[in-house]
Ligand binder design. Structure first.
Ligand code: FAQ
Length: 331
């Protein structure tokens, strides 16, 4: 059994049955696992993977909306959008920090993203063509993110669970600002209503894909649920999202683009049509419409920010040096 955290432990480490069952018992008792606690290497890796992908999603997720900051239709909309995009940058930073507690550096994670090795949510590989897309992203993408992330506030790993609390509060504001944009458009001129419907048509199915493959195809789902990293399966969360969102579309007079959608009065759930998994796989494997642009733009932003990182390091070094000036020299 490990006496310390797992930083530096390699993946070939074998773990005794006793160690694994003691760990599982802690998880089952709903004890939070903290950075220096012993943990199975698989648990640590699963978290690094999921938290890293989540952080990258927040950072790449700034790009499609950032595209509209200069074109927001009013000052009020511009202020709200700026604040939202800034929040997403903040979410990425909390998440990178949470992942760092598991022994992986931010530089390593960034390198993985920019080299195309790391995944980020498929949803951010679709283009934002009109202002209504900003409404649809807030309403649907943040709506899906909240559905997925509220249970993560109860994740067994302490730093991830705690980061999620603030993230979810902010996502809830984002969802409302998006829905409010959609509501204004849906109640506007015929052209505006068409724009809102067109955005819903394009963002609906990709939003359902955010929840990942069907449970039967989810490679990590079962183990992540046993470790209480995930509390609900991909299909359960997708179903909750559909059930919450369809009435919101109806309320503003928009139509969900799924001819097979029907309400089952017995279960209280909506049955939905099949998702295009071929499209999902293409997007996840780097061949979506915007994958290349997103990585190119992210890399450009990273390169453009190099001087800021250098200046911050030089400033920190200067401050540290001034604090270590010998007493006589300071007098
Ligand atoms: N896109 O075995 P599972 C946001 C991958 S944040 C790309 O089911 P798992 C805020 C999966 O990674 C949005 N890849 O995996 C915002 C795995 O690949 P791997 C992000 C996907 O981890 C709003 C493989 O497929 N949220 O939107 C996707 O148990 C607006 C097999 O899948 C999070 O990351 C996908 N959609 O379940 C920002 C939440 N789905 O690693 C800006 C935390 C699956 O083996 C604007 N993450 N894959 O190579 C999670 O809850 C989970 O990781 C899931 C996937 C549910 C995403």
């Amino acid at each position: 059994m490990y006496s310390q955290g797992l930083i530096g432990v390699d993946s070939s480490t074998t773990e005794s049955e006793e160690f694994l069952s003691l760990f599982q018992a802690r998880v089952d008792r709903e004890e939070k696992i903290e950075p220096n606690d012993p943990m199975p290497e698989g648990y640590r890796r699963t978290l690094v993977r999921q938290i890293g992908q989540h952080a990258h999603s927040e950072i790449v997720g700034m790009l499609p909306e950032g595209n509209w900051i200069t074109r927001a239709p009013t000052l009020r909309r511009k202020i709200a959008l700026l604040a939202k995009v800034q929040d997403e940058g903040g979410h990425g930073l909390y998440l990178y920090s949470a992942a760092e507690t598991l022994g992986v550096s931010r530089e390593q994670m960034t390198e993985e993203l920019l080299s195309g090795k790391a995944k980020y949510s498929s949803i951010f590989n679709y283009p934002t063509l009109t202002w209504a897309d900003i409404g649809a992203i807030g309403w649907l993408v943040d709506g899906a993110a909240i559905m997925n992330q509220i249970p993560l506030c109860r994740c067994s790993y302490g730093p991830y669970a705690r980061a999620m609390i603030r993230v979810c509060k902010e996502e809830s504001f984002h969802q409302r600002q998006g829905y409010e944009i959609m509501m204004a458009l849906a109640r506007g001129s015929d052209e505006q209503k068409e724009m809102a419907q067109d955005a819903l048509n394009r963002w609906w199915w990709p939003s359902l894909m955010m929840f990942g493959p069907h449970d039967g195809e989810s490679a990590h789902g079962e183990q992540s649920m046993a470790w209480k990293i995930k509390r609900f399966s991909n299909d359960e969360l997708r179903q909750k999202f559909i059930t919450a969102t369809v009435p919101q579309a109806e309320f503003i007079g928009l139509t969900v683009p799924d001819p097979d959608l029907k309400f089952n009065a017995e279960t209280g759930l909506y049955e939905h049509g099949e998702i295009d998994w071929v499209e999902f796989k293409a997007v996840v494997s780097g061949n979506g419409r915007m994958n290349r642009d997103r990585i190119r733009d992210r890399k450009q932003a990273h390169d453009d920010g190099a001087w800021v990182r250098e200046a911050a390091l030089a400033h920190a070094a200067k401050r540290a040096a001034s604090r270590t000036v010998p007493q006589e020299a300071a007098e």
